[in-house]
Design a protein around this ligand. Structure first.
Ligand code: ADP
Ligand code: ASP
Ligand code: MG
Length: 406
C-alpha cells in the first residue's frame, strides 16, 4: 500500500464535470489499494475573481481580509470534490488548512508553512477515507487565516507529502509535464522526462509558473518525490530529481520568463556610502522584495540606481521612494516603468561553457530587442526587456539554443 498526495490545479477542477473526473481518478487509485490525500485549488479564475472583487471594495485592502476572502475559493472545491467522491461511494472528508492545522507564520498573502498536524489526516487514511485538503491556505498561531502566495496549492501538496512521508507527490495540471519553456508561448517547446531540483528551482524562481518555487524548495529539502502530470491524459509526466537529467547534457535546459515585473530608477542620487541601504532599507521594511539591482558608475558625484520589484508592489515601492526623495538630497528624480518583463535562460551546462551570454545578446540584437538590464548567476542569465518583445525573445532564444522540437 502506497501513500500518494495528488494536487489538482484550477483548470483541473474548473467545472462540475472536471471535479467529477478528478473524483473518478482518485477513487480508482483508492480502489487499487493506495492511500490518497488530495489537495485542490480553487476553480479556475476564482482567485482572480475574488481579487477583483476586493479591489472594488477598496483599492488597497488589508492583507488579513484578502486572505479571509481568497481562502474561500479552495473551500468550495474541497466540499464539491468530497461530495463527488461520496456520490461514487468513496468515503472522503474535506479539511480547510486551519482544520488540518497547517500552521504558518503571519505574513498574510505570502505566509510560510511552519508545521503540519498530521493526526486528523492519519486517522482518516487509516479508516480508509480519502482526505481532501484545501490548497493555498493555513492558519497562524493567533487563528488568523493565511494564504501562501499565488500558486500556493503546489506548496500545500508537497508540504503534506513531506509531513506524511508520502511515497510520491503528483502535481496534476493542464499540461503533461515540465517543458523547455511555457508551451503556450512556444508551441515547439519539448516536454522533459526529468529535470533536476536545481534547474527546476531556477526555472520556478525565474517565472515558470508550472510549480510554485516554494513547493520545489520544500521537495528538495524533505526529499519528496515530485512529479508533474496532466490531469487530462495518461503519461508519466516529468520527474523532479536529484539525478543528472537529460537537460544537463544540453547547454541550455530551459527558458523562463516573468511578466510580473516593474522597474524603478532613481537618477541623480548622491554617490555616498550608505545610499543603497538608505533606498532599499525602507523598501524592505515595507515587505517589498527586490530582484535585480543596478547602480551606474558615478559622474559628478551622483549616480543612477535601478531595481526591479514585482508589478503588484510597483505603486507601493514608488510611494516609498517619493517619501525618500527629500532625504536623499541632490536632484533625485524617480522614473518608474511597469511594462517590462524578464527573460532568462537556464542550464547547468552553462557552468562549463563560455560565450553563452554573448550568444544570447546577439540573438536578441538580431531581433532588434533592446536589453535594459542584465543579471547572471552560475546557471542562468536574465535580461529585462520591454514587455512587447516577450514572445519574440523567448521564441528566438528557444530556437537559437536548439530547444525547438523537430
Ligand atoms: P494549475 O492551475 O494546475 O496550478 P498553472 O497555470 O499554475 O496550473 O501551471 C500550469 C501552466 O504553467 C501551464 O498551463 C503552462 O502555461 C505554464 N508553464 C510555464 N512554464 C512552463 C514550463 N516550463 N513547462 C510547463 N508549463 C509551463
Ligand atoms: N488558487 C490559488 C491561485 O490561484 C492557489 C493555487 O491555485 O495554487 O493562486
Ligand atoms: Mg499553479
Amino acid at each position: 500500500m502506497a501513500l500518494y498526495v495528488y494536487k489538482f490545479g484550477g483548470t483541473s477542477v474548473g467545472t462540475v464535470e472536471r471535479i467529477k473526473a478528478v473524483a473518478e481518478k482518485v477513487k480508482k487509485a483508492r480502489d487499487a489499494g493506495d492511500q490518497i490525500v488530495v489537495v485542490v485549488s480553487a476553480m479556475s479564475g476564482e482567485t482572480n475573481r475574488l481579487v477583483a472583487l476586493a479591489k472594488e471594495m477598496q483599492p488597497q485592502p488589508t492583507d488579513r481580509e484578502l486572505d479571509v476572502l481568497l481562502s474561500t475559493g479552495e473551500q468550495v472545491t474541497i466540499a464539491l470534490l468530497s461530495m463527488a467522491l461520496h456520490q461514487l461511494g468513496c468515503e472522503a472528508r474535506s479539511y480547510t488548512g486551519a482544520q488540518v492545522r497547517i500552521l504558518t507564520d503571519s505574513a498574510h498573502t505570502k505566509a510560510r508553512i511552519r508545521e503540519i498536524d498530521e493526526a486528523n489526516m492519519r486517522a482518516d487514511l487509516d479508516a480508509g477515507r480519502v482526505v481532501v485538503v484545501a490548497g493555498f491556505q493555513g492558519v497562524d498561531e493567533h487563528g488568523n487565516i493565511t494564504t501562501l502566495g499565488r500558486g500556493g496549492s503546489d506548496t500545500t501538496g508537497v508540504a503534506l507529502a513531506a509531513a506524511l512521508k508520502a511515497d510520491e507527490c503528483h502535481i496534476y495540471t493542464d499540461v503533461d509535464g515540465v517543458y523547455t519553456t511555457d508551451p503556450r508561448v512556444v508551441p515547439k517547446a519539448r516536454r522533459l522526462d526529468r529535470i533536476t531540483f536545481e534547474e527546476m528551482l531556477e526555472m520556478a524562481s525565474l517565472g515558470s509558473k508550472v510549480l510554485q518555487i516554494r513547493s520545489v524548495e520544500f521537495a528538495g529539502k524533505y526529499n519528496v518525490k515530485l512529479r508533474v502530470l496532466s490531469s487530462f491524459m495518461e503519461g508519466n509526466g516529468t520527474l523532479i530529481t536529484y539525478e543528472e537529467s537529460e537537460m544537463e547534457r544540453a547547454l541550455i535546459s530551459g527558458i523562463a520568463f516573468n511578466r510580473d515585473e516593474a522597474k524603478l530608477t532613481l537618477t541623480g542620487v548622491p554617490d555616498l556610502p550608505g545610499v543603497a541601504s538608505k533606498i532599499l532599507g525602507p523598501i524592505a521594511a515595507e515587505n517589498i522584495e527586490v530582484d535585480m539591482i543596478v547602480q551606474n558608475i558615478s559622474a559628478n558625484g551622483t549616480t543612477d540606481f535601478t531595481f526591479t520589484v514585482n508589478r503588484n508592489d510597483f505603486a507601493r515601492a514608488q510611494k516609498v521612494l517619493e517619501g525618500l526623495r527629500a532625504d536623499l538630497g541632490g536632484n533625485t528624480t524617480i522614473i518608474g516603468d511597469n511594462s517590462i518583463v524578464k527573460v532568462s535562460i537556464v542550464g547547468v551546462g552553462m557552468r562549463s561553457h563560455a560565450g553563452i551570454a554573448s550568444t544570447m545578446f546577439k540573438v536578441l540584437a538580431d531581433e532588434g530587442i533592446n536589453i535594459q538590464m542584465i543579471s547572471t548567476s552560475e546557471i542562468k542569465i536574465s535580461v529585462v526587456v520591454d514587455e512587447k518583445y516577450l514572445e519574440l525573445a523567448v521564441r528566438a532564444l528557444h530556437k537559437a539554443f536548439g530547444l525547438d522540437q523537430e
